[in-house]
Design a protein around this ligand. Structure first.
Ligand SMILES: Nc1ncnc2c1ncn2[C@@H]1O[C@H](COP(=O)(O)OP(=O)(O)O)[C@@H](O)[C@H]1O
Ligand SMILES: [Mg+2]
Length: 288
């Protein structure tokens, strides 16, 4: 990219709702190169979790078809921790989640849950046997099914009666959904639909939740609600949460650990609050 003159593509900052700072694509590329100078070593990544990891991603090279998107990702998260991936559009954040869940072509590297290699497990086995659940970035409720039927779908791998019992347990936890259990999902508000998506992923009682952009498309009051739901799952239920969040400030405030992903590589990793205080991260991802 040459990027001279006034034709430099302008992209909005990855900010907090309203964006005051506009950074150009060239700015991002230049800053990202600086960030890459401080890429964490494997030892630093291991030190960040402070104990035995639940999930370990080691040297992951992955992509779609022949296209390599991730060029050697190392990541660790301990049981009960939360980790947020931030970074520019197209950096490969969703692809990290896709790869862990089994939706990409893995060219090299490994993924382990509690020390067990799960690199080549198909998605269904990830969910049923390894305790990994994936919550789609896109609106994924079945609009014409009732709230309760949507929850049953979350248990399709466990058989109808077990799924219904599990759905019952979820409805007891979330009165907002229980009140609307017989209504079609399409009548729910955006925030309630997001809650239903999260709740559906809980039917299989996973250990770790992979959550792609939980705040996207939501009104501010629902964004807070969704983060509270996730905080409750982490603190009360001991769930491990690996999320991608384009609202970098929210994500890094929420998460114990933060990783900055740039062009398929981890450019920086640290405590979420330390990354928030990092000037380069602030300039690029926090709207100034
Ligand atoms: N299903 C797919 N098939 C082919 N390429 C994809 C697919 N999903 C994403 N990509 C490509 O992978 C790159 C990284 O995308 P993604 O992981 O979605 O980035 P992010 O979530 O950081 O915005 C992009 O170049 C995107 O076009
Ligand atoms: Mg994405």
């Amino acid at each position: 990219m040459t990027g001279e003159g006034t034709d430099t593509p302008r992209i909005s900052g990855y900010g907090f709702g309203k964006v005051d700072t506009i950074v150009t694509a060239d700015d991002v590329a230049r800053e990202a190169a600086l960030l890459a100078d401080t890429a964490p070593s494997r030892d630093e990544i291991a030190a960040l979790v402070g104990g035995p990891p639940l999930l370990t991603v080691d040297g992951l090279v992955a992509g779609y078809g022949k296209m390599e998107i991730l060029h050697g990702i190392d990541l660790q998260i301990a049981a009960g921790q939360s980790l947020c991936l931030v970074g520019p559009n197209g950096a490969g954040k969703s692809t990290v989640l896709h790869s862990i869940y089994g939706f990409t072509r893995i060219m090299s590297g490994s993924i382990a849950m509690a020390g067990q290699d799960v690199t080549r497990l198909p998605a269904s086995a990830k969910l049923r046997d390894a305790g990994i659940a994936y919550i789609l970035q896109d609106n994924s409720v079945f609009p014409d099914m009732s709230v309760e039927e949507n929850l049953w779908m979350g248990g399709y791998l466990m058989g109808a009666s077990a799924a219904k019992a599990a759905a019952q347990r979820i409805l007891a936890k979330y009165p907002r959904l229980a009140e609307r259990r017989a209504q079609p999902a399409r009548v729910l508000s955006g925030g309630e639909r997001r809650l239903l998506e999260i709740a559906r992923a809980l039917v299989m009682d996973p250990k770790i939740l992979l959550v792609d952009e939980p705040s996207i498309g939501l009104e501010p009051r629902y964004i807070d609600m969704v983060f509270e739901i996730l905080a409750d799952l982490q603190r009360k239920d001991g769930k491990t949460i690996l999320m991608v969040e384009q609202n970098a400030r929210k994500g890094l405030e929420f998460a114990d650990l933060g990783y900055v992903l740039v062009a398929g590589r981890i450019a920086r990793a640290g405590r979420g609050r330390d990354l928030l205080a990092d000037p380069a991260v602030a300039r690029l991802f926090l709207g100034g």
